[in-house]
Design a protein around this ligand. Structure first.
Ligand code: FAD
Ligand code: MG
Ligand code: MG
Ligand code: MG
Ligand code: MG
Length: 549
């Protein structure tokens, strides 16, 4: 058959239907899930627990709605409103999901075991370390803040990654104001205490800067009138623009709004060290080094792989990579029965050029050595599914019809192409390969996708003969993961937000902020947190933010 199975890697461990399992021997498969963030929780939500024995390990016994973390830093939303206990989420599943508050400290891939350490370090917990066996392991541990080994960052900067980080920032901001109004300080000293520096001009850093600016202007200037003109907020960005992963229109709107608001944006600037008093940076263009005194620094420059995952990568021959690689089915490369998703992993997309000969052979059904437009059309859906870069390429070249790919270099239509012509036609598509961003949206979609694969695997084993898929009997039982981008928001303060929506839509302004409110209310994991978040917003509109420490 002309199926694509022929030229994808073998799928035996997922869609192997030949294993006959005796009813009595059919023990439930033991699935161990590491992490209770976006990826882990979305996996657990849809997993069929009647066929799996599920053990969840995470050092945090709650799920945190990270997109609202910046709002927690200034008390716009309370920390309690954006977290949902894991046990609340899993109890709805008849207690068949076990949870353990512990950290996985080692993955032993060869023996299908993991080693964990409980997060409690008092004497009451005798057995601090324990190991667990698994049939399938799902790694969803997220990533950690990347300091780029910059000296002094860990000691002197705040991060904005976890709920505790946001709470600490909230207290420290107030501390800065209280210190600034103590008697006996010079104006310069007050100014230094009120200099807030944000390192990193990505979505999180920018949103925090905007949130802090609103907090100062709407609430704190009234409470600390004597120092209200001494406050300064600086965003340091190594690239040329803030929000550079967004559409240009959004990034320049944000820069203009910040400059109107008096938030200083320093681009092209790399931080080289941070002390408790000063932040030292290098201007890329001039190579000049300068130090600026600060009251508080928030470090938000992206993420890197956690040590436990790094160690695992070494065991399975991925030691030289930066991020754990999986295939398009989220299976870790080089290690059977282990899956990874969310921020801790990246999908290693196959290149069209690697498979070009097999694609050609599968498409050329009559073995004529030439591919007709008709033959190409017959397999194009499979190609688009297997190689998302083809679609990105068509978009970037504004080609509406895929058969345009087969036109000759002068742009004339051809009836058929040979292998060399086919290679030439597709030679540039791989340049459009993109890594998926480290976002909640990707993590959640991957979790939902993987649970479907797990649920269907059981069905396939129970019922090996079918039901067959309609199209081309040899097609995959399991489609590869496909990300669907639903758009992204950037709240910019002053009740204004920017949004990048699918299909090149950009929307900026007050109405977008309302869209933001409604989307984020609807995305809450439970009605409980939804009510809490909405009432926090309402409270803030009426009474302002709570500025007590
Ligand atoms: P996480 O959500 O980080 O979850 C990891 C889980 O693993 C946690 O439960 C952790 O406790 C646990 N864990 C850690 N180590 C271990 C271990 N050794 N053993 C067991 N468990 C472990 N994305 C968006 O799409 N939109 C946004 O608006 C947005 N805003 C954000 C704002 C902030 C401030 C931050 C920090 C992130 C934001 N993100 C946003 C990104 C989003 O939060 C992440 O992409 C997402 O959380 C990734 O999900 P994950 O499950 O891979 O990791
Ligand atoms: Mg997770
Ligand atoms: Mg999370
Ligand atoms: Mg990822
Ligand atoms: Mg042919």
């Amino acid at each position: 058959s002309g199926s694509l199975v022929a030229y994808s890697e073998s799928q035996t461990d997922v869609s192997n239907t030949s294993v006959k399992i005796d009813e009595k021997d059919c023990k439930k498969r033991r699935v161990v899930v590491l992490g209770t963030g976006w990826a882990g929780i979305s996996f657990l939500k849809d997993l069929d627990v009647s066929t799996h024995d599920v053990q969840v390990i995470s050092p945090r016994n709650y799920f945190a709605f990270t997109p609202l973390l910046p709002s927690v830093t200034c008390g716009t939303v309370e920390a309690r409103s954006i977290v949902e206990p894991v046990r609340n989420i899993i109890k709805k599943r008849n207690g068949e999901i076990q949870f353990c508050e512990a950290e996985c400290i080692k993955i032993d891939a060869a023996n299908k075991k993991i080693l964990c350490r409980s997060t409690f370090d008092n004497n009451l917990v005798g057995n601090e370390e324990f190991s667990l066996g698994y049939d399938y392991l799902v790694i969803a541990v997220g990533a950690q803040v990347n300091t780029f080994n910059t000296p002094g960052v860990v000691e002197n900067c705040h991060f904005l990654k976890e709920v505790e980080d946001a709470q600490k920032i909230r207290r420290s901001v107030i501390d800065c104001f209280e210190k600034a109004v103590l008697p006996g300080l010079s104006e310069e000293e007050r100014r230094i205490n009120l200099h807030f520096v944000i390192v990193g001009g990505g979505p999180t850093g920018v949103e925090f800067a905007a949130e802090l600016h609103d907090y100062v202007q709407e609430d704190l200037v009234n409470l600390y009138p004597t120092v209200k003109d001494l406050v300064k907020i600086t965003v340091i960005q190594s690239g040329d623009h803030i929000l550079n992963m967004f559409d240009e229109r959004i990034s320049s709107f944000a820069e203009q709004k910040f400059s109107r608001d008096g938030i200083e944006v320093q681009t092209g600037c790399r931080v080289i060290s941070v002390s408790d008093k000063e932040i030292t940076m290098k201007l890329k263009s001039k190579g000049e080094v300068c130090s600026v005194p600060h009251g508080l620094v928030v470090w938000s420059t992206g993420v890197e792989t956690r040590p436990v995952v790094k160690d695992f990568m070494g065991q399975i021959g991925q030691g030289r990579r930066r991020v754990l690689a999986t295939d398009e089915w989220l299976r870790v490369k080089g290690c059977a029965d282990v899956y990874a998703l969310g921020d801790c992993a990246t999908i290693n997309q196959r290149k069209v050029m690697e498979d070009i000969a097999t694609i050609f052979k599968a498409a050329d059904k009559d073995n004529s050595g030439a591919l007709t437009v008709k033959e190409f059309q017959d397999v194009i859906d499979d190609i688009l599914e297997r190689y998302p870069q083809v679609e990105h390429y068509l978009k970037s070249k504004h080609l509406s019809d895929v058969t345009d790919l087969l036109k000759d270099p002068e742009g004339n239509a051809r009836d058929e192409v040979d292998i060399e012509g086919f290679k030439l036609a597709l030679s540039h598509v791989d340049s459009q390969m993109k890594n998926l961003p480290a976002t909640a949206q990707v993590a959640a979609q991957q979790g939902a996708y993987l649970s479907k694969c797990f649920n269907r695997r059981q069905q396939c084993e129970d019922n090996p003969e079918g039901p067959r898929r309609f199209k081309g009997s040899g097609r995959h039982q399991f489609h590869p993961f496909r990300y669907k981008h639903l758009g992204q928001f950037a709240p910019l303060g002053g009740e204004q937000a920017a949004a990048e929506l699918p299909g090149d839509w950009v929307s900026i302004g007050h109405s977008t902020q309302w869209l933001w409110y409604s989307v984020y209310a609807s995305k809450q994991v439970s009605w409980r947190t939804r009510l809490l978040v909405v009432s926090d917003w309402t409270r803030r509109f009426i009474f302002g933010r709570d500025s007590s420490r």
